[in-house]
Design a protein around this ligand. Sequence first.
Ligand code: S3P
Length: 444
Amino acid sequence: MTKAISKKSAHLNGNTKVPGDKSISHRSLMFGALTKGETIISGLLEGEDVLHTADAMRAMGAKIEKGSDGLWRTFGVGIGNLHAPKDNIEMGNSGTSTRLLMGLVGGHDITATFTGDASLSKRPMKRVITPISEMGAKFEATDGDKLPLTITGAPSAKGITYRLPVASAQVKSAILLAGLNANDKTTVIEEKPTRDHTENMLRHFGIDITIETLEDGASAISVIGKGTMQPCAIDVPADPSSAAFPVVAAILKEGSDIRIDHVCINPTRIGIYTALKQMGADIEFLNQRIEGGEPVADIRVRGTGPLKGINVDPALVPSMIDEFPVFAMAASYANGTTTMTDLAELRVKESDRLLMVAEGLKSSGVSLEMGEDSLTIHGNGKAPKGGSLIKTALDHRIAMAFLVLGTITDEPITIDDAAPIKTSFPNFMELMNDLGCNIGEIHD
Ligand code: S3P
């Protein structure tokens, strides 16, 4: 394992661009593979998770290549025509690839076996197995719902109506993707809005998606199976989840002034920016525009001194679900107490993020309480002591969040393993250092 260390640095300055959005990148490759023709993708995130999706789609018959012009091109096989992969499909650390592809395979008359790293192999898959089984697929999973997992898709998938028991875009997407090749209509009902890239992008690829608001306020999202997807062009905007790391680093330092260009500001993704603004952060969305069907802006952030603690509105949770690790770093430097509730999903991410954040912050000198699904952080407007060695448990966002904290702590913060950062933000250290941070790998 390669450790990395983050030392106190001066304020951050400059313009930058973070890599492409991970959710949109996965879907670009999957959906391109479901057309019969050429889809051209610019701005694709070349992180390990997305490269696993590319390999999986190749194993199921698509041709996917990166040109010398930097563009990615997919040549698809069409809905209903995915090939059975010859070997196991290795998904690495990527829960999104795995869960979405379980849906896609589940709607096709093929068998595939998914394997993953130690983190992914601990993550629950029952949430996908249950609805996709109802559609006719068969599963053999380790310990009932873990990887390695073999799925035999339905020979003739039937559409279902399914109310999501957890707010999860991955589960919603898996069902809609299985529904693409079902014989009739598939409807997913979600009570709390989760990221809607699957719906937006399926429409962009020519699929008729309908969304209805039910009497109880839930959304019913429907797709009719056996449609045709049209090849198209996709411009992947920068990832708001990745942008959150330099944003928080800038906020934590008075005098910082940075701009991050062309960031996706889809309302289902920007809860952290809303919460940080409520704490007093100076964040502006400049040049707001729609590009490739997604709202996009250049984000300007200025560091104006410590934030104030807030109670995070539970309604914001799904729209900042991936951002709690770095948000907790901001809360630990705020004046006053910040409470976060409804966090049960954090326990089943790439790591038990609630635990990893709480343990890491405690060992860095932060006062906090962790509950079953809550976290309360007591800030005093001063930088935490630091001097800690953080366990990252194969979790990229834990690794990056604590490296951000190390830019303000009295003593440097070390993380035990920098490798997972490559899953979503391969140039993280270089980009942060260009803005003024002092982060580096330790080769001993
Ligand atoms: C994702 C959905 C989220 C998120 C993950 C990406 C997606 O998971 O945590 O990083 O691309 O659909 P859940 O929908 O399970 O919360």
